[in-house]
Design a protein around this ligand. Structure first.
Ligand SMILES: *Cc1c(COP(=O)(O)O)cnc(C)c1O
Length: 498
């Protein structure tokens, strides 16, 4: 009687698998090398969506078939953020080195929850570098996470636990529910409100502080709001300052907010998702003064450092407070003085996750491969491209700048004499959709002071000054096209050159 064969999931024929892998690696490298040659984006065709909706694959299809499906059904329909004219939202563009690190991390299949192994020392070193970069004290703690949303949740969890005045982990929110309040500017990212919701404080616990003409938090308004809340018996516990707002790239007065937090005994959390990386730029570093006073700092590697998704970081000024908020090691997770169970402290004690991947490798790889100086120059390049673009917008009668350019984001619109607000919103929304659907460029939109803005965010190491020209020329041509279609009588004379 035959014994059932104990086959593993490894390839039956390693040689054949190796050939397939080399082929796919070539395809991946070719894809990155020719990023500029493709349309920025193309919609996923209905037949492709239908082909992906397969029944549960009970039988093996084999790696070679899966690779073919990937190349046909997935790879051609990317977001487009590897393209030099991807300007939507805040997306990083990734690097070939980052891709290689992902592949190598996949080979190790490390679990960074804890224990004593090489990858743990890599993540520790990445956190240590970040600590030094942002001028945090030696006792700071930190953790690599999926992104700033998770980092903010962790930072605000520590803030809540420290400031609640009782043992929240054991007793729950109790009397703190409904009385703890936090502050952020009206331009703060929704990740902050979401964190407060998850923490059981509710989004109404977030005071939306007005901003000045540069979209920075109004500190007088902040001080007044804190005083009012105290006098009505509430308990202010935290201010969330933003270094690089998502709408316009504004940087709050971090030193000013830190001073208020100190005198009011409030936790200072800084959302520096992309803007904190301006610390790498000689020119822009001074504008982040005060970031070193943050009690917690959230930022992303996958935005302005171009590390492949996903990779963010939380730094906490007093690492012990972070550990107190999350540490819970039961007997099956006990440490040991010797062997694999050593390696104290374990990363799982600094956040909600136990099993954690090796995202530190692609960060370590990126920092070492390119070095901070070059990465900082790429930050400068993007800021300069934003200034160039803003200049072209100012100079053109059909374009109107809608916000000051602080860093790398330009908000503007196409306009014409006698346009109504509704017409402006509609045509600018259509211009963005056309730019995306024609594959020329991918800006996004936002609203500023009620007006729909075309929003160009440049966190892209492949972008060049000439890409700003291509964008402006295409955008003007599409704007004139739409305008003459909508209002034939008011149609301007089309320029033959576009
Ligand atoms: C992107 C962003 C976030 C959210 O970060 P994720 O990495 O997407 O979770 C928060 N704040 C700001 C200012 C951002 O730009």
């Amino acid at each position: 009687m035959a014994v059932a064969e104990e086959t593993s999931l490894d390839p039956a024929d390693w040689g054949e698998f190796r050939t397939l892998c080399h082929e796919m690696l070539d395809a991946a490298l070719g894809y990155l090398e020719t990023a500029r040659a493709r349309p920025v984006w193309r919609p996923v065709p209905e037949e492709v969506k239908a082909a992906l909706a397969e029944p549960l694959p009970h039988a093996p299809q084999g790696a070679s078939k899966v690779c073919a499906d990937f190349r046909r059904l997935v790879l051609p329909y990317a977001t487009g953020n590897t393209h030099p004219r991807f300007f939507g939202w805040v997306h990083g563009s990734g690097t070939p080195g980052g891709m290689l690190a992902e592949l190598l991390a996949g080979a190790m299949n490390a679990n960074l929850g804890g224990r004593d192994h090489g990858p743990v020392y890599v993540e520790r070193q990445v956190v240590e570098w970040c600590r030094q970069l942002f001028g945090f004290p030696a006792e700071a703690g930190g953790l690599l996470v999926s992104g700033t949303s998770m980092a903010t949740l962790i930072g605000l969890t520590v803030a809540r636990n420290v400031k609640a005045g009782h043992d929240v982990r054991r007793l729950g929110l109790g009397s703190a529910a409904g009385s703890l309040v936090a502050y952020a500017s009206s331009q703060a990212h929704s990740a902050t409100a979401k964190a407060l919701e998850i923490l059981g404080l509710g989004s109404e616990a977030l005071r939306s502080v007005p901003v000045d003409g540069g979209y920075r938090m109004d500190l007088d308004a902040l001080a007044r709001s804190i005083a009012e809340d105290r006098s009505s018996g509430l308990r202010p516990f935290c201010v969330v300052a933003t270094a690089g707002t998502v709408n316009t790239g504004a940087i709050d007065d971090l030193a000013g907010i830190a001073a208020i937090c100190r005198s009011e005994d409030l936790w200072l959390h800084v959302d520096g998702a992309f803007g904190a990386l301006a610390i790498l730029s000689e020119a822009h570093r001074p504008r982040l003064a005060g970031i070193e006073w943050a009690d917690s700092l959230a930022f992303d590697f996958h935005k302005w450092l171009h590390v492949p998704y996903d990779a963010g970081c939380i730094l906490v000024r007093r690492g012990e407070l972070q550990r107190q908020a999350f540490s819970s090691r039961h007997e099956y997770l006990a440490g040991a003085a010797r062997g694999l169970a050593g390696g104290d402290p374990w990363f799982c004690e600094y956040g909600p996750e136990l099993s954690r991947g090796f995202r530190a490798l692609k960060v370590w790889f990126t920092l070492k491969e390119h070095g901070l100086t070059k990465l900082g120059r790429k930050v400068d390049d993007n800021c300069r491209q934003a200034v160039t673009l803003a200049g072209r917008v100012r100079d053109h009668p059909r374009l109107e700048l809608l916000a000051p350019v602080s860093l790398n984001i330009v908000c503007f619109r196409f306009t014409w004499p006698g346009a109504t607000p509704e017409q402006l919103d509609r045509i600018n929304r259509e211009i963005v959709a056309e730019l995306q659907e024609r594959g020329i460029a991918a800006p996004s939109t936002t609203r500023l002071g009620g007006a729909l803005a075309i929003r160009v965010n440049i966190t892209n190491h492949r972008s060049r000054q000439t890409d700003m020209d291509t964008l402006v020329e295409a955008l003007l041509a599409i704007g004139e096209e739409l305008l003459s279609a909508a209002t034939p009588a008011a149609a301007p004379v089309r320029q033959a050159s576009v």
